[in-house]
Write a protein that binds this ligand. Structure first.
Ligand code: ADP
Ligand code: MG
Length: 613
């Protein structure tokens, strides 16, 4: 039998290789734009037609190519960017594999025009399916212009594999954002047919972010970005992170290293950690973080499409990153916990007669130790009706994690306050104002704080019920005429599952005949009228929670109890009641969001207010 192994022709080999590099129109755009950046362009113009299926054109004003290079550029493994394997460890360019142009030319019809400044004439090369159809001198601008037509014209299976125009366009925009964000010093334009999608002048990073994402909502982006900056000998870090309240289900999250976009799930966690407790679990913050490291300490060769990058000092960078983000959030007072003061409030002139003036006397308790185990008891006003025994709950300053701002205050800044100072500030706060019997408005240092009273109370009660469940501390009120809870077989199974937790909050049940329970006592915080409905709701929740391990049953019970018990919107509050509600809210683990993720408070910034006058 004759030998059967032979070498593939270039065109077949290139087509196979192309499969890895060029998956869709967006990959062509990425490769061409990256080449333009590597060529030192300051202006890059992009035009796509039919979501890139029929045309992707990229025109740059970069350094161009000589006649020979223009032809060489389309060979496989032809690159001007590295020479030896050692160079792989000092890469500063976007490309280095020498695969892109060969791959594109294998699966599309390409026309390239290029000229260097020093050459009088440029050169045009036409190549399709790896076959060169034309190479000749031509008059053209300095720089390089690529037209990539009819992508996958010779690979029908690939063409069919492409998604709808909208999906392909969104891939194109994704690639565009990645390069445009990290190259804000380059002017970009992007046209979809005749429609101008982006016109991005060279600018700083912040303006670039706004120009890309703030197209229809510039203000939101201007308000939400907090800058981060850290310089260490392992990494230099700059960028912006979004304020927690602007977090979304899928935020805009970008990491770049040495001018290259990267995905880094581990570093992503570092950022999330800094937002711990400030956003709900299902949301993520926006961030744009640019790392500069010694190229020797990363391996960008790890993946063919090059978005995952391995770092030598991953752990150290993880910590630096997390604390840089924390610092940004703290510095800009995103957490208003330590923010109350009297600044800007009206001074009430008091007449003081000279005889009454006495030298100031210090009045302190020498045995007071703010870090000791003493308990702080908040002033109680007319809250008994609303809280039952809640005010008996005391908050030990030193040990209560709930009293701290949502992240460790020692990391915020050196002038952060002690627990006692915070309490002083809270208590000397200016008047509160209730708007529409629904929102509490109060002045703080950085502006006006608005709190949704119902949501605030839901958070407070949730924390309280949860702690009762965990510590069996709930008080019971006996029911004079016990109601009967009649359940199906399935429901009574789930009910029995939640009975121990409910007992801890003060509920008492007695099992009657099959699947029937008498409700003999209820939590002293809950109103008796709606108790059967409430129990049925908790059973329903228990069913869904059972299949959802991320959601704890105890939390679900606490939330149902809190929601049914919380203040309603429309309930009038006295000034003291409002102060007390705010104090209690600030003692919660997370005072920004309800347990089911609704925003509790928002700040109208001082600058925002001043702008209006
Ligand atoms: P790589 O970018 O990995 O080197 P490519 O196949 O993308 O490989 O490009 C091959 C070579 O063609 C590049 O190394 C570069 O020298 C040249 N080249 C490609 N695009 C341009 C451009 N827009 N301007 C100048 N030179 C270019
Ligand atoms: Mg390239």
């Amino acid at each position: 039998m004759s030998d059967i192994i032979h070498l593939l022709t270039d065109s077949v080999a290139n087509q196979i290789a192309a499969g890895e590099v060029i998956q869709r129109p967006a990959s062509v755009l990425k490769e061409l734009v990256e080449n333009a950046i590597d060529a030192g362009a300051t202006l890059i113009q992009i035009l796509i037609k039919d979501a890139g299926r029929t045309l992707i054109q990229v025109v740059d004003n970069g350094k161009g190519m000589s006649e020979t290079d223009a032809r060489m550029a389309f060979e496989r493994h032809a690159t001007s960017k590295i020479k030896s394997a050692d160079d792989l460890f000092s890469i500063r360019t976007m490309g280095f594999r020498g695969e892109a142009l060969a791959s594109i030319a294998a699966v599309a019809q390409v026309e390239m025009r290029t000229r260097r400044t020093e050459d009088e004439l440029g050169v045009v090369v036409e190549i399709a399916g790896t076959r060169v159809f034309k190479q000749e001198s031509v008059q053209c601008d300095t720089g390089t212009s690529f037209q990539v037509k009819n992508l996958f014209f010779n690979v029908p299976a690939r063409r069919r594999f492409l998604k709808s125009d909208n999906v392909e366009k969104s891939h194109i925009f994704t690639e565009f954002y990645r390069v445009a964000l990290v190259n804000s010093n380059i002017t970009f334009s992007l046209f979809d047919g005749d429609e101008e999608i982006f016109q991005l002048p060279a600018s700083n990073i912040k303006v670039r972010i706004e120009n890309i994402f703030g197209k229809n909502a510039k203000k939101r982006w201007q308000q939400q970005l907090l800058s981060i900056e850290t310089s260490t000998n392992l990494v230099n870090l700059v960028g912006y992170v979004g304020k927690p309240e602007y977090s979304q289900k899928s935020g805009s999250q970008y990491f770049f290293v040495n001018g290259r976009y990267m995905r880094h799930p581990y570093f992503h966690k570092a950022v999330l950690l800094a937002y711990n407790q400030m956003i709900q679990a299902s949301e993520s913050p926006n961030y744009f973080i640019f790392l500069e490291v010694d190229p020797q300490t990363i391996d960008i060769n790890i993946h063919p499409t090059k978005t995952e990058i391995k770092f030598e000092n991953e752990q150290a960078i993880w910590s630096i990153l997390s604390s840089a983000v924390k610092e940004a959030l703290g510095k800009f007072n995103v957490v208003p916990s330590i923010d109350f003061d009297q600044e800007g409030s009206i001074d009430i002139p008091i007449e003081v007669s000279a005889e009454n003036v006495r030298p100031p006397q210090s009045n302190f308790n020498p045995s007071y130790n703010p870090f000791g185990t003493t308990s702080y008891k908040r002033p109680v006003f007319d809250w008994e009706d609303l809280y039952g025994e809640f005010e008996k709950k005391v908050i030990p300053i030193e040990s209560s994690p709930t009293w701290q701002p949502t992240f460790d205050s020692t990391e915020i800044s050196s002038d952060s306050m002690s627990g006692q100072q915070e309490i002083d500030m809270l208590e000397s706060r200016a008047e509160n104002f209730q708007y529409k019997n629904r929102y509490i408005i109060t002045g703080i240092k950085s502006g006006l704080l608005m709190i949704d009273q119902k949501r605030a109370h839901t958070r407070i009660l949730f924390d309280l019920f949860l702690s009762q469940i965990q510590n069996s501390k709930g008080m019971s009120q006996q029911v004079l005429f016990p109601e009967m809870l009649e359940l199906s077989d399935e429901d009574s199974l789930f009910f029995e599952h939640i009975i121990p937790d409910l007992r801890n909050t003060g509920f008492e049940f007695e099992a009657m005949e099959k699947n029937t329970f008498s409700v003999k006592g209820i939590s002293s915080l809950v109103s008796a009228s709606s108790v059967i409905d409430l129990l049925l709701e908790m059973i329903e929740n228990a069913k869904t929670t059972a299949s959802d391990p991320a959601n704890s049953l105890q939390e679900s019970i606490s939330l149902s109890l809190a929601k049914s018990t919380a203040l309603k919107s429309g309930q009038r509050l006295t000034n003291e009641e409002m102060s007390d509600l705010i104090d209690r809210l600030y003692a919660c683990t997370n005072h920004n969001f309800t347990p089911d993720g609704k925003l509790i408070m928002t700040i109208i910034g001082q600058d925002e207010i001043e702008k209006r006058f």
